[in-house]
Every structure is written in structure tokens, then in C-alpha cells.
Design a protein around this ligand. Structure first.
Ligand SMILES: Nc1nc2c(ncn2[C@@H]2O[C@H](COP(=O)(O)OP(=O)(O)OP(=O)(O)O)[C@@H](O)[C@H]2O)c(=O)[nH]1
Ligand SMILES: [Mg+2]
Length: 260
């Protein structure tokens, strides 16, 4: 397998969404999660009436953005479509993946359902592979309690290596703590150390082989390990997205060929 490309352009997604980046004051926060786990409830509770809706650039999928202020800092929250994975099998998954990947949010909250955490953790692990700036929000804690399920937030935090906050978004419980964690991660006051999945020997060997080549090409704009894993999956959409968001207007493109 080989890769060719000549140069890197600037990420365009925030511009296309009319999200103004830059300055010390405005931080971008992505809100990801499986469908129906309470993402929009968290989004509405934090942003109130300060919301805009539209479509993702070139897609029929709805996009909602809103803002809130916490400790005198302004945060722009982006409500991503509900997805079970970031494998780009659907437009929704590709939109969510591309925003986390190319929109470069200062923090990504993954909202999960406390009553079926195991299923939700699949997406959490995928986001952890993509970014270190992640906060796990275990929502529907009231429902879990009602069903006799207790979630050990501290243990989860230690196992995953990322901040975990238990919430009941419907009545606002835990949302202050969530904003506090987002603040700490976005401003770099707290560092995470996500325990990223390790694959079998054959895959890890190929990843190791690809990383140095990808480092040259990606120029610190994307995590080369993550891109290597996508290429080994044979995911063509990641190349399309790199060309769309990193290399647009540069006359450059990245292509992948398989061979000896
Ligand atoms: N009991 C309880 N219900 C909640 C909580 N948070 C959200 N809900 C309810 O769960 C349902 C789904 O909430 P949404 O906020 O629409 O979920 P979502 O993740 O945005 O869903 P999609 O956008 O369809 O993926 C709604 O009926 C909410 O009122 C919570 O903490 N406790
Ligand atoms: Mg929603």
C-alpha cells in the first residue's frame, strides 16, 4: 500500500458552518452519542434560546449549533447526529466523524445511556481513538436508578482514562459538573489519557509501517495512527474527506493505492 500527496490546506468545516474560530474566548464543543440518549436535551439545557439550525454543508442532515457562557468564556456547542459508530457507513456517521476529525473541536462530549452503557461504549472507544479531548457524559442516571442499575463513575473514569460525569439532563442534574469538565479540557487545564484500543499483532505491525509515511503527509493535522487504521479498514471516505477538508483549494490530493 502506498500514499501520495504534496501539501496540506486548512480545515474548512468551521467556515462552512459559519462557526467563527480564533480568539481566546470562543471554544467549540461537539456533542456526540448514540440516537436517543439525550444529546438534544443536554444541548437545549446548556444553550437555551441561543441556537441556530441549518444543514451540514452539502448534506440533507440537520445541523444545530448553540452557545453558552461558563466562567466568562463562550462555548459553541454543535449537536451531532445520533450514531452508533463513526465508521462512515451512513451520511450521519460521516458528518459526525468529519466534524470531530476536521472541525477540531476543543472538546467532544459523548453522551451515553446509563441503562445500556455497554452498547454505548463502542462509540466512546471510537471517539477516544480520534481525539484526546473527550468527556464522557453518562446520562439517564435517573432511569438507571429506577431499573436498579448503579454506574461506578469513578471506576469508569479510571478504566477509560477520560473524565466521566453522571447526568440526568431532563432535570438539569450534573450539567454544571459537565460544563466544568468541558471548561477544563477546552482550556487545557486538565489532561486526559484515553486508553486507546490495541489491535492484534498483524494490524499493529501494518499501523507501525504506515505511521511514518502518514506523518509526512498529514503534517500534524490528523492523528496518523487513526488514519492508518482507517486505511487498513479500506475506508475510502476518509481519503475523500481529507481531500475535501484539508486539501481543498490547494491543487493537491491524497490517493491510496494497494500493491506490493
Ligand atoms: N428520564 C430521563 N429522560 C431523559 C433524560 N435525558 C433525555 N431524556 C429523554 O430522552 C428522550 C430522548 O432525548 P433527546 O434529547 O431527544 O435524545 P437525542 O440523543 O438528542 O436523540 P436523537 O437526536 O434522536 O439521536 C426524550 O424523551 C428526553 O426527554 C434523562 O436524563 N432522564
Ligand atoms: Mg437530538
Amino acid at each position: 500500500m502506498g500514499l501520495t500527496c504534496q501539501s496540506c490546506g486548512k480545515a474548512l468545516l468551521n467556515e462552512q458552518l459559519n462557526i467563527k474560530v480564533g480568539g481566546n474566548e470562543k471554544f467549540i464543543v461537539a456533542l456526540a452519542g448514540n440516537p436517543n440518549v439525550g444529546k438534544s436535551t443536554v444541548f437545549n439545557a446548556l444553550t437555551g434560546l441561543k441556537q441556530h439550525t441549518g444543514n451540514w454543508p452539502g448534506k440533507t442532515v440537520t445541523n444545530a449549533r448553540g452557545s453558552y457562557t461558563y466562567k466568562n468564556r463562550k462555548f459553541t456547542l454543535v449537536d451531532l447526529p445520533g450514531t452508533y459508530s463513526l465508521l462512515a457507513n451512513s451520511v450521519e456517521e460521516q458528518v459526525a466523524r468529519d466534524f470531530i476529525c476536521f472541525g477540531k473541536p476543543n472538546a467532544t462530549i459523548v453522551v451515553t445511556d446509563a441503562t445500556c452503557l455497554e452498547r454505548n461504549l463502542n462509540l466512546v472507544l471510537q471517539v477516544m481513538e480520534l481525539t484526546d479531548n473527550i468527556i464522557l457524559c453518562v446520562n439517564l442516571m435517573d432511569e438507571a436508578k429506577r431499573k436498579g442499575i448503579s454506574v461506578n463513575i469513578q471506576a469508569l473514569q479510571e478504566i477509560l482514562g477520560v473524565p466521566v460525569v453522571g447526568t440526568t439532563a431532563r432535570n438539569g442534574k450534573g450539567l454544571n459538573q459537565l460544563m466544568d469538565k468541558v471548561y477544563n479540557i477546552a482550556l487545557g487545564l486538565e489532561k486526559t489519557s484515553p486508553k486507546k484500543p490495541v489491535y492484534n499483532e498483524a494490524i499493529e505491525k501494518e499501523v507501525e509501517h504506515l505511521i511514518p509515511k502518514l506523518k509526512n503527509i498529514l503534517d500534524d493535522k490528523l492523528d496518523p495512527r487513526w488514519v492508518a487504521l482507517k486505511l487498513l479498514e479500506g475506508d475510502q471516505t476518509i481519503l475523500d474527506s481529507i481531500n475535501q477538508f484539508l486539501y481543498k483549494n490547494t491543487h493537491k490530493e491524497v490517493v491510496c493505492f494497494y500493491g506490493s
